[in-house]
Write a protein that binds this ligand. Sequence first.
Ligand code: AMP
Length: 173
Amino acid sequence: MTKIDLKKFIRDIPDFPKKGIVFKDVTTLLKDKDALKAAVDSLAHAFAGKDIAYVVGIESRGFIFGTALAYTLGVGFIPVRKKGKLPARTRTVTYDLEYGTDTLEIHADALKEGDKVVIIDDLLATGGTVAAAVKLVADAGARIEGVGFIIELSFLNGRTKLGNLPVFSAIQY
Ligand code: AMP
């Protein structure tokens, strides 16, 4: 397999969605068939052999990479969504943002005690979003075997919110 420099496929968008934020645009990576394959394969390689039952993906770019990973590993996919989107009964967690709060939900019957899962999002920044997803999954009694991202903004130290959980990221800044 040719080694691909995934960083080359990430597009920086300054001042999006607000001034001072450099948005890491992954649509340019998704568009390239070799980069897409390399990105999903790197996640699959990180979590192969862990005997996981489900990939849990965080809305919305975590759905893209998470579902591709689930397909690659031959396991099922479970969505964690923003408030009010999931149709059946949910379990909910509210977490702090820079200004205000946000809420994530998972279907109450999606996971059962002891299910082994990995949690996927496109990007780890401060870690608040993934920590909320970790809480949803842990409260259901499932076992988190790892947490994976395409991009990690290491200078924001998001890993510190994830305790001892194994964290994989394909690209670091
Ligand atoms: P955080 O909760 O701070 O770790 O933020 C992670 C979530 O916000 C992920 O779902 C990312 O998709 C999104 N996000 C945060 N910062 C950025 C960024 N600089 N570029 C793209 N997405 C970001």
